[in-house]
Structure formats: C-alpha cells, structure tokens
Design a protein around this ligand. Structure first.
Ligand code: CMP
Length: 140
C-alpha cells in the first residue's frame, strides 16, 4: 500500500555533512520525495514534535539536541514507506543497528542518531502536517 512518512535528517547528520549521502540512500531505495525543507527548530517546535516523549528522562536533552542546528525535514512516499524507511534507518541505538543501515553508518549516539521516521500511520498523520501543508507536497 502506498504510504507517506515524515523523515528528518537530524542536526548531527547535517553538521557532519552527510545529508547528501542520506538523501542518496533515500533515492536509491526508491522513495519519492514529496517535500523537503531545511529548518532550524525552536525549542517549542522540537518540544511539540516530540510531545509523546515528554515524560521520558531524555526529553529535555532530545529537544535541546534537535535545536542545535538545522535539520532537513522530508515527506517520503512509497509502497510500505513507513516500515521501509524505518528499516533503512536501523535501530534507534546505533550500537544495535544492523550493518548497512543509516544509523549504523552515520549516527553518533542513541540521541544524536542521524535520522527520524514516523513509527506508524497515526504518527505520520500527526508529523507530516506538523511541518508541511497540503500545498507544500508535490505528488507525481
Ligand atoms: P527518534 O526516532 O527521532 O525518536 C525519539 C528520539 O529520542 C530518538 O530518535 C532518539 O533521538 C531519542 N532517544 C530515544 N531513546 C533515547 C535514550 N535512551 N536516550 C537519549 N535519547 C533517546
């Protein structure tokens, strides 16, 4: 089934200069990029995006990390896109991520883990409009 998912190339990956390599993996995997924006999140924007984690001990640190520099926010489309993007990313903790995954190759830590992806259709339905209006998306 064709799905849409929100992807973020996080501030650590943009700062390292590997955003292009990650985009290349996205394209090689056959995703269609419907929208993309380089943006530096405010504390409020990061906090709202990760509100589901607000009771977690790492919430404040995660929100600070996400504001450290620009990130590249994307909407990806494709067959089974939510699961396939998560497979390409690898496990949250790069030490647990499989060889060849983005996090294994580019993440620095469980927090500075290079990329984000929606974890379910319900998450995608919240996360995509958090950053993009319908008019921002370029279907083909
Ligand atoms: P992401 O997939 O964007 O979803 C939530 C984020 O919280 C996760 O990637 C990590 O950046 C961060 N995170 C998850 N678990 C931890 C943890 N144990 N310690 C610090 N950060 C974490």
């Amino acid at each position: 089934m064709t799905e849409r998912t929100l992807a973020i190339i996080k501030p650590d990956a943009v700062a390292k200069g590997v955003a292009g390599q990650i985009l290349s993996r996205i394209e090689r995997a056959g995703f269609t990029i419907l929208a993309a924006r380089l943006t530096r999140l405010s504390r409020e924007q990061a906090g709202g995006f990760y509100a589901v984690h607000r009771e977690r001990p790492f919430y404040a640190s995660l929100c600070a990390f996400m504001t450290e520099g620009p990130c590249l926010v994307l909407v990806l489309e494709g067959d089974d896109a939510i699961r396939r993007w998560r497979d390409l990313m690898g496990a949250t903790d790069p030490a647990q991520a499989a060889p060849g995954t983005i996090r294994r190759d580019f993440a620095s830590s469980i927090e500075a883990n290079a990329v984000h992806g929606s974890d379910s259709p319900a998450s995608a339905a919240f996360e995509i409009p958090y950053f993009f209006s319908a008019l921002d998306l370029c279907p083909r």
